[in-house]
Structures are given as C-alpha cells and as structure tokens.
Design a protein around this ligand. Structure first.
Ligand code: UFG
Length: 330
C-alpha cells in the first residue's frame, strides 16, 4: 500500500481527498497544523501529525517512519481578502514554507508532489474559458503566493528531478454525499456556505456583491467544482506522475459558469427556503468571470467531473450544513 503524505489533510479539500485516497487503497498520512483545519475531519485510524510543513525535523521523521512515496500539498492560507491586508503572511505561509517543505522532501528522496494551486493565478482573464496557457497576472497576493511556487517547481525539476503537478482549482464547493464531511471555514467567506447558513436562519440575508458586472444578470460568474471531483483529480494526478504520463499545470473546473444570482436561485430550489438576498456593493478584487478550460485535464489525466452539477453541489453542501449547523463544533 503506497503511503501518501497529505499536508493540510484536515482542511476542507484535504479531508475530502484523504477519504478518496482511502477508497482507492492508498495509505494517507496527514500533516496539519490545525490553525485552520479540524482534527474531527480526519478519521481516527489515519496517521495524523500535528505540526508545520516548515518543521524539517518533523517532516523528515514522517517521511522515514511512514515510508512516504509522494505528497499532496494542501497546507496554506487561502483567504483572498486577508492576503491583500497581509501579503507578507501569505508569502511566508504559502511560498517560503512550501519552499522549505519541498526542499526537505527532496533531501529525503521524495520527488513526487501534487500542489494545490488556484485560478487566482490568472488574475483578470482575457479569454473565457481560461486555458492553462493564459497569462498569469494575479490581482491578489494569495494568487501570487501560489504562482511563485508553480514557477519555482520548474527550477527544482531541472536541478533535482522534482516531479510535480499543480492543480489550479476554480471554486471548490459541496461535501461528501452523506453530509458527514463538509466545508467549515472560520470566518466563512464563500458564497455557497453563506447562502446555506442564510437558509438555516443563521444569517439574516445573503449579500450579492455587485450587480453591474458585464455578465448577463450583472453578477459574477464562477466555475463551481464539487470537492469530490477535485479530490479525484488529485488521485489521477498522483497516478499519472507515477507513470510519468503527465506533469505541470492543470485547471480543475467544469467548463461551465454560474452567476451569483443563479447560485442563490438554485439554492432556493434545493432547500425549499426563501433565502433573502440583498444587492450590495462590489467586493474588491473580483473578476467578472472565471471559467476553466478543461480539455487538458480531461485528455491527459482522464478526469471528468461526476458530482459537479450545481444541484448536486448544493444538495451535498445542504446535507452537511443541515446536519452540522455548528460545523465541526469546536
Ligand atoms: N459572493 C457574494 N456574496 C457573498 C460571498 C461571495 O456575492 O457573501 C460572490 C463573490 O463576490 C464572487 C462569488 O460570490 O463573485 C464567489 O465568491 P467566493 O468567495 O465563494 O469565491 P471566490 O471566487 O472569491 O474565490 C475562490 C476561492 C479562492 C480562489 C478563487 C479562485 O475561495 O481561494 O476561488 O477562483 F482563489
């Protein structure tokens, strides 16, 4: 059984990927600082190390003790707004610490890594859907912190033979289908969880951030991708890296976009609740549209989304929020 180190395995996308790894017969080993992750989101029998990716001694110990052969690296800060206020924090936590982490891994002989990247590397796209070859001009420090790592990997590949795939996620959403695992950010800033918290009566209303974008209904369009489909993309990426059939950067989205108003309407239908919405000012740094071109991941990794209709995403997220109104309840 191959042991895969999952940094940030107690986070939202990480914890869903741990479940997918178990289902596929891998042995996931989690390293998470629990700064934003939740211990309860990882099954008790999964080896769990609480600590920092920059703690080289700990990383070396885990690699040796657990005989790690590859790494899926999620651990990072991921709030766009916070990154604009504290760029140095993002450059330290996401860029500097990842460099230290990967350097330690390479010195221990671990060469295969799947990296959590983001559509925020593109900034304001020229073409929709966005191909991986589009210019990368991030408009926030979060996107920049991830782009620097992608670019550094090309040099580490040359010098040390790093084998890497960076997955540029579009908008991750949804939960495991039985609602036992889901999205629990503190603070929550993402659209779908906020809409569902409004449906539960935990919030008075959902704000629609901007109604004057150049989209058909004036609200921003995003490509929502089910977290389980995202998890599967990591497993296919691992397999392709091992076989040497793929490397580099891949978008992970569906190729279809929905506006904020469409998401709210769908949530009303799925939940049967009213969900009051109010038109609000734009949030700084939001591009009009972010929709992935997905031919590359479909053809080279053989990946295709299975759970990512907007209905399925919202149904699964609703199952989670209804059964866990306080999240993991810490
Ligand atoms: N939105 C609202 N009201 C809210 C919250 C969000 O109208 O209360 C809007 C936003 O303005 C945006 C859309 O809903 O137009 C989606 O917003 P999210 O905050 O859910 O997601 P983002 O598209 O801003 O960001 C996500 C990830 C980032 C990542 C980015 C890449 O959270 O980490 O996708 O596309 F960088």
């Amino acid at each position: 059984m191959e042991s895969i180190l999952v940094s940030g395995g107690a986070g939202y996308i990480g914890s869903h990927t741990v479940v997918a790894l178990l289902e596929k017969g891998y042995k996931p080993v989690v390293l998470d600082s629990l700064v934003t992750g939740h211990r309860q989101s990882v099954a008790k029998d999964v080896p769990f190390f609480q600590g920092d990716i920059a703690d080289s001694q700990l990383v070396r110990k885990i690699v040796e003790q657990e005989q790690i052969s590859a790494v899926i690296h999620f651990a990072a800060r991921s709030l766009v707004g916070e990154s604009a206020e504290k760029p140095d924090l993002y450059f330290e936590e996401n860029t500097a610490k990842t460099n230290r982490f990967v350097s330690t891994l390479l010195h221990c002989g671990v060469k295969r890594i799947i990296f959590s990247s983001t559509a925020a590397t593109y900034g304001i796209p020229e073409d929709i859907p966005i191909p991986e070859t589009a210019p990368t001009v991030p408009i926030n420090p979060y996107g920049f912190s991830k782009l620097m790592i992608e670019q550094s990997f090309a040099w580490l590949e040359k010098a040390y033979g790093l084998e890497w795939i960076a997955l540029r996620y579009f908008n991750a959403a949804g939960a495991v289908l039985d609602g036992s695992l889901g999205e629990n950010h503190q603070p929550e800033t993402h659209l779908i969880p906020l809409i569902l918290k409004t449906a539960l009566g935990q919030r008075k209303e959902i704000g629609i951030f901007g109604t004057d974008y150049s989209t058909p209904d004036g609200t921003c369009i995003r490509d929502y991708i089910h977290v389980l489909d995202l998890a599967m993309a990591h497993i296919l990426a691992l397999e392709a890296l091992a076989k040497g059939t793929a490397k580099g950067v891949y978008n992970v989205g569906t190729g279809s976009g929905y506006s904020v108003k469409e998401v709210i309407e769908t949530a009303r239908r799925v939940t049967g609740r009213t969900i009051p919405a109010v038109e609000s000012p734009r949030r700084p740094g939001d591009p009009d549209r972010l929709v992935a071109k997905v031919e590359k991941i479909e053809s080279l990794l053989g990946w295709t989304p299975r759970f990512s209709s907007l209905e399925q995403i919202i149904e699964s997220a609703w199952a989670w929020h209804r059964s866990h109104p306080k999240g993991y309840g810490e």
